[in-house]
Design a protein. Structure first.
Length: 319
């Protein structure tokens, strides 16, 4: 999941987020997880159709859902396009044409030949060109927020509105998460409990298990792709790209050039990316709005109704 905003050990193998979901699948089969949520009509009728498009000499896997203003969804470290909460996607798809994709080197996409978030932003821009989208609203979560910031800076003509969720501005203005969160991020194989500690507050762990259940159920039904392959080498490369991101103030300085209407969204109890990071972003991007939601790193899933309203309002105001 979007769990490596500040990872200590770049030599660690891939985050064990996918393993957590697969372990839960076994638990569900044994009747050990409870809290099942029935499918809505929308989820029952929608089936993800993955397409593959050539972008800058590699293959990018993507799918879309919904109608309206395009909303490009940028995921976090070591995570595929299938790891967005299906319940959040159902809400966002009511007013947006959602575009979800696997970064190069992840899931169903081809090789990653770059080594920076700038290169991933270039890939996102190239995908938009390849599928005929001139301009889109952009949502970036955690590491996806790094990519979203670079997309808005390097390709401003392509970004209608910008939502930055649970991310940091890079450089000396970035504030690391709690020591416990950093310890978890340094583990090569964190437990399900460790993962959920980062994503949901201590008193909301049952919600975290329901989220995992939604992922498993939606994957089995075809509502999201069965797409959970994350090579350790790619996750390590993404984590390695965070070192120059955190060492340089270039991105923070260039936030002043962003013209797109921007929402900086934080989780009040986020142990991975403290809200002060989003306050810094909101203070640097001209006219940006800061909104703090209940929840930890997965606040956009926990507070999905309020978060969706904020994204919709930003898009509506810009339109």
């Amino acid at each position: 999941m979007a769990r490596n905003a500040h990872r200590i050990d770049p030599g660690s193998t891939r985050g064990a987020w996918i393993a957590a979901a697969l372990c839960l699948l076994l638990a569900l089969a044994a009747g050990g997880c409870g809290g099942s949520e029935g499918s809505t009509d929308a989820s029952a009728s929608f089936k993800a159709h993955v397409q593959k498009t050539s972008v800058d000499g590699t293959r990018i896997a993507w799918y879309e859902r919904g109608e309206g203003t395009p909303l490009l969804m940028l995921m976090g470290t070591g995570s595929t396009m299938s790891e967005w909460d299906p319940a959040l996607l159902r809400l966002l798809a009511a007013q947006h044409r959602l575009i979800m994709f696997d970064y190069p080197g992840i899931g169903l996409s081809g090789r990653w030949r770059g080594d920076s978030f700038d290169s991933l932003a270039d890939t996102a821009a190239g995908l938009m060109d390849a599928i005929g989208i001139d301009r889109a609203d952009v949502l970036g979560w955690s590491m996806g927020g790094f990519v979203a910031q670079r997309l808005a800076i390097d390709h401003p003509e392509k970004v209608g509105t910008l939502t930055l969720a649970g991310t940091n501005p890079g450089g000396s203005q970035s504030v690391l998460g709690t020591k416990k969160a950093q310890r978890i991020d340094s583990k090569p194989n964190p437990s399900d409990e460790d993962i959920l500690h980062e994503l949901y507050p201590p008193d909301r762990q049952a919600e975290g298990h329901r989220f995992l259940h939604r992922l498993v159920t939606a994957s089995k039904s075809g509502e999201i792709p069965d797409d959970f392959s994350v090579p350790a080498s790619t996750t390590d490369a993404q984590v390695a790209a965070e070192d120059p991101w955190l060492r340089s103030n270039r991105n923070y300085r260039e936030l002043r050039t962003i013209a797109a209407p921007t929402l900086a969204a934080a989780g009040r109890q986020d142990p991975v990316v403290p809200p002060v990071n989003l306050r810094g972003i909101a203070g640097q991007v001209p006219g940006a709005k800061l909104e703090v939601f209940p929840g930890a790193h997965a606040f956009l899933f926990q507070s999905r109704d309020a978060f969706t309203r904020a994204v919709d309002e930003l898009s509506g105001a810009a339109g």
